[in-house]
Structure formats: C-alpha cells, structure tokens
Design a protein around this ligand. Sequence first.
Ligand code: ZN
Length: 228
Amino acid sequence: MNDHITAYQHILNGETLDLPLGKVVCVGRNYAAHARELNNPVPTTPILFIKPATAVVPFAGEIAIPKQQGECHHELEMSVLIGKPLRHASETEAQAAIKGFGLGLDLTLRDLQAKLKEKGHPWEVAKSFDGACPLSAFVPAAALSDPLHTELSLQVNGSARQQGTTADMITPLYELLAYMSRYFTLLPGDVVLTGTPAGVGPLQVGDQLVAQLGAAPDTLLECRARVS
Ligand code: ZN
C-alpha cells in the first residue's frame, strides 16, 4: 500500500484523534448551479455514494492525481466528522452527532465518469480510487456559528475557482445526514461530504490549491496543497 494512503488520521482542533477513519458518505449534485454546469438534472432526492477509507489522504502537502486517465476534477466540499452513531436519525439527532467540520476534495475522474454514466454503470472507479478523497483537519462543531450559512472557497494558482455557501445546498445539512442514515448507519469516525458548489474543473500537476472554510475575516480553516 502506498505510504500516503495510510498517513491520514483525523485531526480535530490541532490534536490527532483516537478515532479510526471509517467510510466517507457523499452526495452528488447537492448545489443546483453545479448540477447545471455539468448539464445534469437537479435531483429531487439526494444521490448518495461512498468513498472507502482507502480513498482518504490528508488535504495538505502533496496531493497525487491519477495519470493518463483523462481529466481529474476538483470538487471542494464541506466535510462533517461524525461523533455519534446515526441510524434512521432525526434532524435534531443528526445535528447533535456532528463532532467537527472541515473541507474535503471529492476528486473525480470526469472523463471516466462520463463514460460510466453514459452506460448507466456505477461511478466507483471514477470517484473512489486510492487518493480520491483529500480531507482537511477539522474544527470543533461549535466553531461554526451557523453551519447552514457558511462559505467555502477554492483558489487554484491564486485564481478563485469555487466559491459557495452551504445555504445553497438543495438538501440542507441536517436533513442530508438524516436521509443518509436511513440507508447507511453513520458511525463515529465516518465523514460526510456535503456536495460541491459550482466551479469544478480539471487539476494539473503543479497546481497550488488554497481552500478556505468561512470567509475573511472569519476564516475558520485554511488548507494548502500542491498537485503532484
Ligand atoms: Zn462531489
């Protein structure tokens, strides 16, 4: 196994947690403007998929993308660290189970995904490959004064690529977690990626990424990485 695959550990408030990483549950097309930019219909129920723990790497230092497999797109998303089990949960239970918030990249082999979608096949190899899920450290849940109205942004080589607010989620955060828990039990150490705002695009080797949760002067989290 590649070294960087095993390097990830949850970090909350600057401390490494004694909480093993589980699965990453993700939602497709949770921002209408992003669904439209890829010419996809805006869904009426959340489209869920899972990235395994082997897809997760730290969102720091160098992020390796697959080579010779067509475009690999960045999708910047707010991430949620689950702290309590959730199964058939209410929105209130979902809110109470959030241990931390952070940022994640839902890396997507877009050309491959397009071919799979055309044939009606599952997306896994385009979204769940080793390294497909860089995750930042987390800030404690209480650090976000309003998780339902929090900004997130990604700069690539100094230019703004993605800029959004969680207020634009089609299925809002707590409802999304509750919905997920009807199908997948969420366990402590699992992570949820909450969908990407518009502005996705291909990454190139050498790109410098700066991602922020919250906007200045209230930036809650910033992570930097270089694409390799
Ligand atoms: Zn995504």
